[in-house]
Structure formats: structure tokens, C-alpha cells
Ligand binder design. Structure first.
Ligand code: URA
Ligand code: SF4
Length: 237
């Protein structure tokens, strides 16, 4: 990084030695912009410390967020958790009652099933990144409203940007249509019609699968989730 900045001096000296005393300001400005982009890349992969700070700032914002009415009824906002270097990210729908009480994602019954899927895939919970489409619990466990999803979407986008996973597994219909565009036809399809395909969000493969809460009620579909998990594993390097 330092060497690249030194290169600016080399370049300026090169022009000076050629006899240019006063280089045009615009030229110097464009050099500076070019090199500062390289020195401070938007890509957080280059520095976990930078990523860690970015995720902490994001969590602080979520904890204070009042962008939608769910902030009035929630007990605790639920930020994503896991590794910011995770290759695999899970996106659920919204915190349930247990998550609202504990302020952590997927800690109730559905969470236990998700944890066992993660372990079956060869990871620990702390190796992956787990988050939700909306960060606050909707009253009576209703589906989040489109307005709530839109208000919260910026947080999910930033999590994806910071973690930059190799694969995203969307748990259920809501997470899938949120990432794949609210105006598309996915919104009206049952998850059983959506899963089995691979979508892309900013070039990251998105693999929709059943929500673990659905699997608790429909155990016969578990094997299909395992097929989706294997598709995800095939795409992880
Ligand atoms: N269901 C979800 O979608 N998310 C959770 O965190 C828990 C249950
Ligand atoms: Fe903010 Fe999202 Fe919670 Fe709404 S659901 S208050 S947008 S964090």
C-alpha cells in the first residue's frame, strides 16, 4: 500500500525530470484520486480490521434505528452475527419471539434446526454469518410488511458488502424476494416453486431454500434443503 503511494512521488519526479515545473492541477488531482482509491479500497476483504469497524458501526446504527414502526414494538433489535470473513451467509426473515428477547438471530427452535444444518455442512455457527431481512420482531410473528423490508434493506445490503460471502442461502420466500427484487414475480410464489434454482445478487450466488420454521412443520422437505445446502457447498472455494 505504502509503495503505491510512494509511486505518486516517483511519477511526479519523472515529470519534473522531464522539465515540467508546474504540472496541471487536474492531472495531479486525478493521480491523487487514483492512488487514494488503491490505498483505501472499498473492498473490505483487504482488511478485516476495517470490516470489523464497519460491522460495529452498522450494529450501532441498527440498535438505535427507528426507521420503521417495528422499533416501537420490538424488545431488542437483532443484528447479524458470525464471521465477517464468512464464505457462507444465511439470510432469514425476521426475528421471532426468542430472538426478540435475546437480541440474537436464530436462537429459538428454528435456530436449533439451522445450527444443525450449518454443522452438517461442516461449519460452526461462528464460521458463517447469520442475519435477517428485517432486524426487529414483527408483532404476532406476522410477515414483515413491504414498507418495513424497504426501510431495513440498507442494513442487509451493507452486511453483504462487508462480509462479501461466496454464497448466500436465503431461508424462505421473504429473504429471497427481498434480495432478488421486490417487484418480481418471486413475491407471489411459494418457496417450493422458487428453490432448486440459483439466483445472483451482485454476482454472488443466492440459493433459496426452505425456512427452518417451515421445516419444523414439514419435516418431509428436509432432504430438499440438504440438496440446496450441497449446491451451496459446491460453490464455496
Ligand atoms: N426466524 C427468522 O427468520 N429469523 C430468526 O432470527 C429466527 C426465526
Ligand atoms: Fe430499523 Fe429495520 Fe428495526 Fe425497522 S426493522 S426499526 S428499519 S432496524
Amino acid at each position: 500500500m505504502g509503495r503505491k503511494i510512494d509511486n505518486i512521488v516517483d511519477i511526479l519526479n519523472f515529470y519534473k525530470n522531464l522539465g515540467f515545473k508546474d504540472l496541471p492541477g487536474q492531472f495531479v488531482q486525478s493521480l491523487l484520486e487514483q492512488f487514494s482509491e488503491e490505498a483505501f479500497p472499498a473492498n473490505y476483504d483487504e482488511s478485516s480490521e476495517h470490516g470489523q469497524l464497519a460491522i460495529e458501526k452498522l450494529s450501532d446504527e441498527i440498535r438505535q434505528c427507528k426507521k420503521c414502526p417495528l422499533s416501537n414494538s420490538r424488545k431488542n433489535p437483532v443484528c447479524g452475527e458470525g464471521s465477517i470473513n464468512a464464505k457462507l451467509m444465511f439470510v432469514g426473515e425476521a426475528p421471532g419471539v426468542d430472538e426478540d428477547l435475546q437480541g440474537r438471530p436464530f436462537v429459538g427452535e428454528a435456530g436449533k434446526l439451522l445450527t444443525s444444518l450449518i454443522e452438517k455442512m461442516g461449519f460452526n455457527r461462528k464460521d458463517v454469518y447469520i442475519t435477517n431481512t428485517v432486524k426487529c420482531h414483527p408483532p404476532m410473528n406476522r410477515d414483515p410488511l413491504e414498507s418495513e423490508i424497504l426501510a431495513c434493506f440498507d442494513y442487509l445490503k451493507r452486511e453483504i458488502e462487508i462480509v462479501s460471502p461466496q454464497v448466500i442461502m436465503c431461508l424462505g420466500r421473504v429473504a429471497t424476494y427481498t434480495l432478488m427484487g421486490m417487484d418480481g414475480k418471486l413475491k407471489d410464489l411459494h418457496i417450493s416453486r422458487i428453490r432448486g434454482k440459483v439466483f445472483f445478487y451482485n454476482q454472488i450466488p443466492v440459493i433459496p431454500t426452505f425456512h427452518p420454521a417451515y421445516l419444523l412443520r414439514n419435516r418431509k422437505d428436509k432432504w430438499l434443503t440438504w440438496q440446496d445446502a450441497q449446491e451451496a457447498l459446491r460453490r464455496i472455494k
